[in-house]
Write a protein that binds this ligand. Sequence first.
Ligand code: ADP
Ligand code: MG
Length: 266
Amino acid sequence: MENEILKIQDLTKIYTSGLIRTKETIAVKDASFNLYDGEIISLVGESGSGKTTVANLILRFIHPTEGEIFYDGREIHDIPMKDYYKNIQGIFQDPYSSFNYFYRIDHMLNQALKFSLKGIANKRKELESALSIVGLNTGDILGRFPHQISGGQLQRVLIARALLFKPKLIIADEPTSMIDSSSRADILNLFKELREGKKYSESMSIIFITHDIGQAQYVSDRVIVMKEGSIIEEGPTDEVFLNPCQPYTQNLLGCCPSIYRKWEFD
Ligand code: ADP
Ligand code: MG
């Protein structure tokens, strides 16, 4: 895990809202962290701490106010969009809002294939393999509309769509928060398997965003704790959760019925 795939340096995002009396919100402030090849990091923090803003900045949906993001040594804004999204894909909280209701699943996956794998001869095979990686059966799913499958299945279709690009990095923003708990475990396990390259030809890196410490603990190698836009604590998952330095992290842990309550009794 030596290769640094992503480097975030002094990232700040200030939103301005309102027309006459403008109001500034500092959503992310001087955030710096990095991500290595084949690593899963979790970005944790309570609602409003700036996690989604970090994801949106990395995914180039918004521009930073200050700071830089490097992917594979290049500032991301110097990389052509098409090349960028072949390497970096996002998975979001609400799978229903990520799909167009009027198109069937096969149409949407074929659209993704058009962009991702130009010239690949056997597109059907690529589709089948991406769907089987996420545990879905092609025959059951492809002919349906998004509202005809469950939230958990749709989230898996979304992951399959991301996999069609054969990305090196996946940014998953609260990917399990709108699905039932049994599918949740499957999706967390899938992320772990993808990272390890068990289900996929290459290993990939994942930024897993969650407000649920239990999920972060289960899935990640390293954890980054955000509070009010700033990174307040960072380190290997076990270290941070067994010996949290910050009262804020201790509070987050206090809300989670997990094995990481040891610090309370020491
Ligand atoms: P999280 O994902 O951790 O809940 P967000 O990144 O969504 O946090 O939000 C961080 C802060 O930025 C919050 O105070 C939120 O209200 C504010 N914010 C997010 N998006 C916008 C926006 N488009 N315009 C103004 N403020 C925003
Ligand atoms: Mg969010």
